[in-house]
Structure formats: C-alpha cells, structure tokens
Design a protein around this ligand. Structure first.
Ligand code: AMP
Ligand code: ZN
Length: 112
C-alpha cells in the first residue's frame, strides 16, 4: 500500500528495530514506547485493522497473537497486554493492523 509506513517497514524501506519475524508477520520496537516492553506485532499483508485481517486472512490474524507470546517470552515476560486500536477515536494512527505488546510498569496494573 503506497504511503503506508508499516508496509515500508515490512519492505525494508524504512528502518525498524525488528525483534522477531514469522512468514506472515514481523515484530519491532515501538518508536515511542509507553511501557518498558512495547513491541508492535505487524502483519506483512496490508489490512486496515484486526477485524479486516480476521475476515480476509484468519491465519495471519492468529499469527499476530502467537507472535505476541513469542515476543513476551523473548523479553522474559510472563504476562502482557495485547492491544489493537481500531479506528481513530480509539487512538489508531497507523491504518495497517498492528498489536501493541505491552508489559512492565503501570501498564501491567490495569486498564487506563
Ligand atoms: P496506533 O496509535 O495504535 O495506530 O499505534 C501506532 C504506533 O506506531 C504508535 O505507538 C507509534 O509510536 C508507532 N510508530 C509510528 N511510526 C513508527 C516507526 N517508524 N517505527 C516504530 N513505531 C512506530
Ligand atoms: Zn500497510
């Protein structure tokens, strides 16, 4: 998708600190971390949000969930939050599906 920043990261056109990868997804550190662990799990295919990818490619949506577990394991974290902002009023700013893997600090205490 032209002008999609996460498509450009997937294509290697924009640098990112990639921490894990599967055939369908990549995980990289959020550029503006909100918690001690803040990694984004991102599909290689462009879909606007988690519902869209869940409809179009359920295996790719599931891959994001499985990859989040691997990211947490690799970071030495047992429990974590996986958040998919869906729509601008919910805080979505990048319209390429991504889950926020968050752990540590206040983020682990509950919903803000
Ligand atoms: P959302 O607001 O849910 O759409 O989340 C977008 C996230 O992408 C934010 O937490 C940003 O800090 C993050 N972000 C934006 N650009 C980049 C980038 N080039 N590399 C890593 N993370 C980014
Ligand atoms: Zn994209």
């Amino acid at each position: 998708m032209p002008d999609c920043i996460f498509c450009k990261i997937v294509a290697g056109e924009i640098p990112a600190e990639i921490v894990a990868e599967t055939p369908m997804s990549i995980a990289f550190k959020d550029i503006s971390p909100k918690a001690p662990l803040h990694v984004l799990v991102v599909s290689k295919e462009h879909h606007e949000n988690i519902a869209a990818i869940g409809s179009a490619n359920p295996a790719a949506a599931a891959d994001l969930a499985v990859l989040s577990r691997q990211v947490a394991d690799d970071a030495g974290v047992t429990d974590y939050r996986l958040i998919f902002n869906s729509g601008p009023d919910a805080g979505q700013t990048v319209f390429h599906v991504h889950g926020h893997v968050l752990a540590g600090g206040a983020i682990a205490l509950g919903f803000e």
